[in-house]
Design a protein around this ligand. Structure first.
Ligand SMILES: Nc1ncnc2c1ncn2[C@@H]1O[C@H](COP(=O)(O)OP(=O)(O)O)[C@@H](O)[C@H]1O
Ligand SMILES: O=C(O)C1=C[C@@H](OP(=O)(O)O)[C@@H](O)[C@H](O)C1
Ligand SMILES: [Mg+2]
Length: 172
């Protein structure tokens, strides 16, 4: 199969990949897909349950396959989980795609995710965890991105508009 997603969204937990992804798909008149949703549907378990039952490395292996399948099958907007870029093969697969990195600062991240059990990596001391995740990942998001869209102090609609402009899919 040789479909190519119109846009792939990457960035940290809570930045709005799933929210903006759906708006972006509506604006572009294409389908929306989210690899976290694919994983939950295929496994019949929540992301948190997979982390608890099998641990993060097992989740990453499942995620790696889910991303490769979605990249090969999907023609619309594709949102990835925040940690998908940790995998070097996944980063290689993203080369040549239109990839938008949605970014934000830590205060905004804590507001958006809070103490959210659905994101097991932020369940304890979210501010510290988020800072550490970003230190490990920021350069990976930048490496795969063809455009960066800051989301602080922007509504999801404004972020969507900025993404369209950054991609030159829609004039201001
Ligand atoms: N631009 C934004 N401004 C304020 N809140 C937002 C924005 N984008 C998303 N959110 C909120 O932040 C939370 C995380 O959004 P989500 O789309 O699930 O992020 P991700 O998929 O990147 O983890 C949700 O509660 C969502 O409503
Ligand atoms: O950043 C991460 O490591 C993760 C991000 C989550 O997706 P979102 O970025 O959509 O929250 C989800 O895949 C899982 O909880 C792990
Ligand atoms: Mg999401």
């Amino acid at each position: 199969m040789s479909a190519v997603p119109a846009v792939v969204l990457v960035g940290p937990m809570g930045v709005g990949k799933s929210t903006v992804g759906q708006l972006l798909a509506e604006r572009l008149g294409v389908g929306y897909r989210d690899t976290d949703d694919d994983i939950v549907a295929a496994e019949g378990r929540t992301i948190a349950e997979i982390f608890v039952d099998e641990g993060e490395p097992a989740f990453r292996a499942i995620e790696k396959r889910a991303v490769a399948v979605a990249l090969a099958e999907h023609e619309g907007v594709l949102a990835l989980g925040g940690g998908a870029v940790l995998d070097a093969d996944t980063r290689a697969l993203l080369a040549g795609h239109r990839v938008v990195y949605l970014s934000m600062h830590v205060d905004e991240a804590v507001k958006r995710t809070g103490l959210n059990a659905a994101r097991p990596l932020l369940a304890v001391n979210p501010r510290k965890q988020w800072r550490e995740l970003m230190e490990a990942r920021r350069h990976l998001y930048e490496e795969v991105a063809t455009a960066v869209v800051p989301t602080d102090d922007r509504t999801p609609e404004e972020v969507t508009q900025q993404a369209l402009e950054a991609l030159e899919l829609k004039k201001a």
